[in-house]
Design a protein around this ligand. Structure first.
Ligand code: LRH
Ligand code: MN
Ligand code: MN
Length: 388
């Protein structure tokens, strides 16, 4: 694709999901910094997510993490979101924050603990049924710290059994996305360390099990766009958790550390049809804003994804294919770099005006008085779930 008119259509239809937990207080294991105006419950997180959508026009859903976002009545929560113009998105089970899970959740050697973890997944399937969520997004902290601590293959078998139960319980419209991470909190083995392990588990489960790529979960130097290309080709790229990193799972603003990597990922998506609604790739953010104010940080994140997408859509596919066919190494690379080096911000500002939005969503946020209002109204906001 290379014409801006065609690119603009795709950009209008883009959907980027923001995570409820990024609106809460967060920090590192050294300190959680309390900010002013932090949501006190899932309803207020929805208010913040709705503000991000109101100003960007492309963030119409919020991912939930259970139990952090547990409420009595998820139907009511969904209606509250709908009244504010957004939907409840992926349901993320949490099987990593209880003492019982010291040796793992689905992979734990103790059948009683495995039962508890599977029951939580089943509860999340039911929550997703009520909220109409299409994604059950599973990440487990399971792993071992020492050679011989547990049997690696037996843990894979237990993992399959647990996921199988959840998968079989899902309604037809739901997908199970299995997120991998190569280290942390365990440092010898993680039970789903990489896309290959996730892919193998998903293949055994069925077509509605797909791999989730969190861009902060790879060893330094990993070529993430290659993984994206292969998974798309296999029909198993379920979605992303976007964030950026310099060292480990930094959870910084997507596109902050390496905008070129984000562009390269988007380029692989565009060239393989990964932005088509039919490809059903979920674009979700998974970040922690430890220092910066949360709502404008989230707006910045959405804009960064949008800018990378716009640049990828500007790659002249015809010229690229010709250069590739001719073995023109420099020419092919130049086509891609030309797109990356295009300043798309003025065009995106115009597109926003076309969509009835302010051309500069961050300035609009600062003018809106929203930050002042939440700081005045909300006292004692909650931490995202750990470390506080
Ligand atoms: C794990 C992870 C996973 C969790 C989230 C809070 O590092 O990326 O997606 O659910 O962080
Ligand atoms: Mn993640
Ligand atoms: Mn992570």
């Amino acid at each position: 694709m290379s014409s801006w008119a065609a690119a603009a259509e795709v950009l209008r239809a883009q959907r980027i999901e923001t995570p409820s937990w990024a609106y809460g207080n967060s920090g590192t294991r050294f300190k959680v910094f309390a900010q002013r105006g932090i949501p006190r419950d899932p309803y207020e997180k929805i208010d913040d997510a709705a503000k991000v959508h109101e100003l960007t026009g492309v963030a119409p859903s919020i991912a939930l993490h259970i139990p952090w976002d547990r409420v009595e009545d998820f139907g009511a929560l969904g209606r509250y979101a709908a009244d504010r113009g957004i939907e409840l998105g992926a349901i993320n089970p949490n099987v990593f924050q209880e003492d019982d899970y010291r040796l793992g959740s689905l992979c734990n050697p103790d059948p009683g603990v495995r039962r508890k973890a599977v029951d939580h997944l089943l509860e999340c399937v039911e929550i997703g049924r009520v909220t109409g969520s299409g994604v059950l997004s599973v990440w487990m902290a399971d792993g071992t710290n020492y050679a011989g601590q547990d049997n690696i293959r037996a843990r894979q078998d237990r993992l399959h059994e647990g996921l199988r139960e959840a998968y079989d319980r899902m309604p037809e419209n739901m997908r199970l996305l299995l997120e991998y991470k190569f280290f942390e909190p365990h440092f010898y083995t993680m039970d789903v360390p990489d896309w290959g392990t996730s892919f193998a588990q998903c293949l055994r489960l069925g077509e509605r099990a797909q791999v989730l790529v969190d861009t902060g979960h790879h060893a330094p130097g990993t070529n993430i766009e290659f993984i994206v290309a292969v998974l798309l080709r296999e029909g198993r790229l379920g979605g992303f958790h976007f964030n950026s990193r310099n060292y480990a799972d930094d959870d910084l603003i997507v596109g902050a550390a390496d905008p070129f990597q984000l562009f390269r990922i988007m380029h692989e998506l565009v060239s393989a049809g990964g932005l088509d609604p039919a490809a059903n790739v979920a674009f979700m953010l998974d970040q922690c804003h430890n220092l910066e104010p949360k709502v404008p940080a989230m707006i910045r994140s959405v804009l960064n994804v949008q800018e990378a997408t716009a640049k990828a859509l500007l790659v002249d596919a015809g010229a690229l294919a010709r250069a590739q066919a001719e073995g023109d190494v420099l020419g092919a690379n130049a086509v891609v770099m030309d797109a990356f080096n295009t300043d798309v911000r003025p065009r995106l500002a115009e597109l926003r005006e076309d969509m009835g939005l302010d051309p500069d969503p961050i300035a609009a946020y600062h003018r809106s008085g929203y930050q002042e209002r939440i700081e005045a109204e909300r006292t004692g906001g909650a931490a995202m779930g750990w470390g506080a």
